[in-house]
Design a protein around this ligand. Sequence first.
Ligand SMILES: Cc1cc2nc3c(=O)[nH]c(=O)nc-3n(C[C@H](O)[C@H](O)[C@H](O)COP(=O)(O)OP(=O)(O)OC[C@H]3O[C@@H](n4cnc5c(N)ncnc54)[C@H](O)[C@@H]3O)c2cc1C
Length: 548
Amino acid sequence: MIVVGAGLAGLAAAAEAAEAGRTVLLLDQEGEQSLGGQAWWSFGGLFFVDSPEQRRLRIRDSVELAWQDWTGTAGFDRPEDELPRQWARAYVEFAATEKRSWLRQMGHRVVPVVGWAERGGYLADGPGNSVPRFHVTWGTGPGVVEPFARRVRAAAGAGKLKFCFRHRVDALTVTNGVVDGVAGTILEPTDTPRGEPSSRQGAGSFELRAQAVIVASGGIGGNHDLVRKAWPERLGSPPAHMLSGVPEHVDGRMIGITEQAGGQVINRDRMWHYVEGITNWDPIWPLHGIRILPGPSSLWLDATGRRLPSPLYPGFDTLGTLEYLRQTGYDHSWFILTRKIIAREFALSGSEQNPDLTGRDRRAMLTSRLGGRVPGPVQAFVDHGEDFVTARSLRGLVDGMNKITGGEPHLDAAAVKAEVAARDADATNAFGKDGQLTAIRGARKYLGDRLTRVARPHRLLDPAAGPLIAVRLHVLTRKTLGGLHTDLSARVLGSGGEPVPGLYAAGEAAGFGGGGMHGYRSLEGTFLGGCLFSGRIAGRAAAAATAG
Ligand SMILES: Cc1cc2nc3c(=O)[nH]c(=O)nc-3n(C[C@H](O)[C@H](O)[C@H](O)COP(=O)(O)OP(=O)(O)OC[C@H]3O[C@@H](n4cnc5c(N)ncnc54)[C@H](O)[C@@H]3O)c2cc1C
């Protein structure tokens, strides 16, 4: 059996197939140093439902509530959503049952405080998580990859699996309508560090045969041409300037190659890009951007200085905010906050941005998350990041904001002051009517938020909370929500809805299952789990189909 892609989905599929007795070739265009793909860089946030961690924090969750949240967020509305919807249901049930114990038995652990991502802010059955469900892996992305890397290495040791690094697949081979192998280019060896662009210079070619091929090649987020091509009208025009939240190898090329062999792509126009991207001052890949995982307190202004409407508060509705911002005519927006807010509320997504969690250093974690000081990696952005402005006065802050954009568009200090003053008046009103302040007060009733994520409400202009900070935010490409149409056994379907014999797909290339199990939007932390779930199904199904 051949697995294309040694990211998380490919590792899960390969481990399952090898342990079921198949002989597996695991191919990747990158070198061994990149094993684990995007997942290694990830924050390791996982969606669990009704976990012991939730229960310990008095969070009452259930499959029914999670399913209501999922469907309210996904907005499935197309005939081709039938299988993605079934994948979603199976995944939510998996997240409520076997997912945690399966991972735990492989040594995986999570941080005890459960995060509350995508808070929604609409009606009870609309988009968003009704309860906190974002469980951060102890060890972040590398901690998610570790058990699966161990399993495939053990399979290699037992002679059941062979790694083929620097093998770039350029075509699937098809004989009498059956996918029976891959052909491609052997790329020259590389010692380029993980995540950096590696050479595409060929050093030979290969052709390999197999009874089944599993495509686990990731999405399109590193290829801005493909992102722009697939950009849907409902999100306005694609930004002229975007950052990349993924390495360059997330090039989407293999999805086109699979289409050429008869596989169908559905929901190509559904993507999950962030609106809180900042330019990495210490980049690893081209246009490298980092996503801020924001707490709810920053004041969010569009490029012209107007406050975003309710409920587009930080961390509430990623895609709704993207849709709104694309109508403003500008590519960037702004957070205005205080030192007190940044210290408590800014988390940066990415394993390398969280050395305390990634290094499993309890003492460093307690100091950086509870100590009240700005965490080191965040402070590095304040000090070196081209999108950050710090000032003691609002006037000085606006001057700095105009300086870094070259005044395009020019921000009027009086207009910004009016937005800040209106918000500040509500912050000190024991009653109040500002939806964002109400949401902040509500969030602080949750122990996890009060301890680690949400600053006590205060005036932005309170000198004791300062200095003031402004952050210019960019659109950051990340996840591909649509993909190869697959049935519940991860078999790739053709345009007529029939399986393409011999062909399977998993992970982001398959829209995390079915060709888009998230529909239009995600509840967050659902991507890594989607790779594990679909990879496991693909590996088991392909192994069963080739038995004997
Ligand atoms: C910084 C960051 C933070 C994230 N945080 C989270 C989080 O907290 N929670 C969450 O759920 N998700 C998160 N994600 C998303 C998640 O990590 C990805 O969606 C997931 O890891 C994708 O895995 P994959 O195996 O499908 O694809 P990939 O990881 O992209 O792996 C695909 C592999 O296929 C190889 N490949 C592609 N084409 C070819 C070809 N033609 N021939 C040979 N090889 C090929 C690539 O080189 C690559 O190694 C994050 C992602 C990033 C980058």
